[in-house]
Design a protein around this ligand. Structure first.
Ligand SMILES: NC(=O)C1=CN([C@@H]2O[C@H](COP(=O)(O)OP(=O)(O)OC[C@H]3O[C@@H](n4cnc5c(N)ncnc54)[C@H](OP(=O)(O)O)[C@@H]3O)[C@@H](O)[C@H]2O)C=CC1
Ligand SMILES: O=C(O)C1=N[C@H](C(=O)O)C[C@H](O)C1
Length: 250
């Protein structure tokens, strides 16, 4: 069986360097390129990459994906910063290259994917819900892509269940005290030395609360999801948003 020819873009970063090691260790993959900032994207074509794992920054990801899609290189994307406008732009590129697949995974760890699924499922039963994400202090964006996606899923589930706005009698508050508002769900961001990537979803109703917590303790937690994405994206043309689409969550 021929090996999948895989490149990593953002290969010297925190998750990118871990992805390089994971691809090198995978028996069914060959690492054909490892690009850092300033390296030529044409290397991907010269190296015959079938899949590019994109782990850079919100400022770089759109240009990198545009190049990959135009050249028929499938992409597995962990980089954050996705908005409706960006997704529409990527969708237009994919329309012109219909056999190419792009997976965007707000989080590659199975525990985080399950957290999102459990929170989405629980949301309809609770009047109140807030999300707290906690990360290392070198993280560039807030809130995290995972927390934003979690809040969007919760908000959609609440709307589908006919729930209205959350109870909150706050009249005065310091700026930021109630967190960021993501579709009506408060999201609070903690940046703390010693942490890596953590999230709590707090749900509350009369006389009870439910807390769903996930902790990524090492970047290795993301690697099974990255490798699964690489294996599956080659047979999934178009845009797939969320690793859950490649998992059987029952
Ligand atoms: N989906 C998931 O499960 C996960 C997603 N992430 C996300 O991945 C992204 C990267 O995170 P992290 O590794 O911590 O960040 P880092 O800053 O450690 O890594 C980003 C790397 O990308 C490089 N880079 C920037 N632009 C380019 C470019 N155009 N071409 C090639 N390389 C480039 C940077 O180089 P330089 O240092 O020179 O700027 C840096 O080495 C973030 O958006 C983060 O939120 C992180 C962990 C898990
Ligand atoms: O920057 C990180 O570290 C992480 N970024 C992703 C996010 O913003 O959700 C995934 C994970 O939380 C780690």
């Amino acid at each position: 069986m021929s090996k999948l020819r895989v490149a990593v873009v953002g290969a010297r970063g925190r998750i990118g360097s871990e992805a390089v090691r994971a691809v090198e260790a995978a028996e069914d993959m060959e690492l054909v390129a490892a690009l850092g900032r300033g390296d030529r994207l044409e290397t991907l074509v010269e190296a015959g990459a079938q899949v590019a794992v994109e782990l850079t920054t919100p400022a770089s990801v759109m240009g990198n994906l545009d190049f990959c899609v135009r050249h028929g290189i499938h992409a597995v994307v962990g980089t954050t910063g996705w908005t409706e406008d960006r997704l529409a732009q990527l969708g237009a590129s994919l329309d012109a290259s219909p056999e190419t697949g792009v997976l965007i995974a707000p989080n590659f760890s199975i525990g985080a994917v399950l957290t999102m699924a459990f929170a989405q499922r629980a949301a309809r039963y609770f009047e109140s819900v807030e999300v707290i994400e906690l990360h290392h202090p070198n993280k560039a964006d807030a809130p995290s892509g995972t927390a934003t996606r979690t809040a969007q899923l919760i908000a959609a589930a609440r709307a589908e269940a006919g729930l209205g706005p959350q109870p909150d009698a706050t009249v005065t508050a310091l700026d930021g005290a109630r967190g960021a508002d993501v579709d009506g769900v408060p999201v609070h961001s903690v940046r703390l030395r010693g942490l890596l990537a953590h999230q709590e979803v707090l749900l509350g109703d009369e006389g009870e609360t439910l807390t769903i917590r996930h902790d990524s303790l090492h970047h290795s937690s993301f690697m099974p999801g990255v490798l699964l994405g690489v294996r599956r994206v080659v047979a999934a043309p178009g845009l797939t948003f969320g690793l859950e689409h490649f998992l059987d969550l029952g």
